[in-house]
Ligand binder design. Structure first.
Ligand code: PHE
Length: 412
């Protein structure tokens, strides 16, 4: 199949993408929908809010080198092993990732490039890029999104760490109401090889840098509330998540922590200590620009892009929404091994971006036969035109026959 934008072809024995030929195997599950997005690079399109946010974030990290053009096609070693993600970890499964084959995957996070960044010799850098995860479908989830990663390290001695902290002291973080009850404890520990004093200093540097960036991104927000909570990542310890209180809700914005020393050691940086963070750009951009649907970032409609200016955050003015068309599909599933993500993927694969949401509305087990029946509601809506009921009926028919043949269900 030929994609618009990206040149690719899924053959039975190989996937050909941008001239690269990647052999297929039993792990292969990349789809035309996602392959077609690889060359879009929204984080590098100056007019796109994703790129505007990326640049605003970068401007808060003085003297950080930026790496924004690493290929999203990475090895499973880069995406998982190098980060000490255990072999059996659920984040490795086929139902969560897009595999070209058992060793090659579309990166699921920008952390996949931490080692590459470290190998560059820079001690402070940012990496941004498109990342890919199989997920549910709704107004805030899309299988392709964007992340920015930050990494900083310095000499592991108290004098140097104090000097680093001193050098960012003039970065103001005033007018933030900070909620941070994280104290280092056994379930979010220091690494054995680190002195508590060094970890406290590098953590202070991390927290100050992040709070400063958030303060500036939400410059318009008078009473900004930021909350630090304990978290777990195999590639950092201690680890935290940062949330922002925005319009009555806590919004998770990033994950971060003190870099797993084995990663620095792998890069030959034995006497250094560092921090890393990774944050998604879509959710932030949706909040800051007031963008109601994640699919809009991909729109090539001029009414969308012409509203934005590089370097500036302004509220999006929605253009008229076209009416939705709702269709339900119900079926008996063959056994209890059912992955909702696979179903969403299939729907997206058949119907494309016209699918707004897929929602499980009924899950029923026949008490006599023990058979389980599911009903999903698919909401179809185009971002830029009216859809007719006949057109959607045809798509729904294709969805039905694909679900029947590929997921082995009995349609009702
Ligand atoms: N890679 C993590 C994610 O995608 C975020 C992260 C990056 C956490 C760096 C800690 C350090 O969720």
């Amino acid at each position: 199949m030929r994609g618009i934008g990206t040149d690719f072809e899924i053959r039975s024995n190989a996937t050909v993408i941008n001239g690269q030929e990647i052999p297929t195997d039993s792990w292969t599950n990349v789809t035309p929908t996602v392959l077609a997005k690889i060359n879009r690079k929204l984080h590098l399109q100056p007019q796109n809010p994703i790129s505007i946010i990326r640049q605003l974030i970068e401007s808060n990290f003085q003297n950080f080198k930026t790496f924004n053009t690493y290929s999203p096609i990475v090895t499973t070693k880069q995406n998982f092993d190098d980060l000490y993600i255990p072999k059996e970890h659920p984040s490795r499964t086929k139902s969560d990732n897009y595999y070209f084959n058992k060793d090659t995957v579309l990166r699921a996070h920008t952390s996949a490039h931490q080692l590459q960044g470290l190998a560059s010799g820079e001690n402070k850098f940012l990496i941004s890029g498109d990342v890919y995860r199989r997920d549910e479908i709704d107004s805030s989830h899309y299988p392709v999104f964007h992340q920015i990663e930050g990494v900083f390290y310095t000499d592991n001695n108290v004098a140097q760490l104090n000097a680093e902290l001193e050098s960012i002291r003039n970065e103001k973080t005033s007018n933030i109401e900070l909620v941070d009850n994280t104290i280092i404890k056994p379930d979010n520990p220091y690494q054995d090889c680190h002195s508590p004093e060094a970890v406290d200093l590098i953590s202070a540097h991390l927290k100050h840098s992040i709070n400063f960036m958030i303060r500036n991104l939400f410059a318009e927000e008078k009473d900004l509330k930021v909350r630090w909570i304990d978290a777990y990542f195999p590639f950092t310890s201690p680890s935290w998540e940062v949330e922002i209180y925005y319009e009555g809700k806590w919004l998770e914005v990033l994950g971060c922590g003190v870099v797993n020393q084995r990663i620095l050691n792998q890069a030959g940086l034995h006497n250094k200590i560092g921090w890393a963070f990774g944050m998604g750009l879509e959710r932030l951009a949706m909040v800051l620009f007031g963008i109601p649907d994640i699919r809009l970032f991909w729109s090539e409609d001029k009414r969308f892009l012409k509203q934005f200016t590089p370097g500036k955050i302004n509220k999006f003015v929605p253009f008229s929404k076209y009416p939705p068309c709702i269709k339900d599909i119900s079926f008996w599933i063959p056994d209890d091994k059912w992955h909702g993500n696979d179903f969403c993927e299939l729907v997206r694969g058949v119907a494309g971006d016209i699918v707004e949401t897929v929602e499980l509305i009924d899950d029923f087990r026949n008490p006599k036969t023990g058979k389980r029946s599911l009903c999903y509601r698919i909401n179809y809506r185009s971002m830029d035109r009216n859809v007719t009921n006949e057109e959607i009926n045809q798509i729904q028919e294709k969805v039905r026959s694909a679900v029947r043949s590929e997921m082995n269900v009995e349609l009702r």
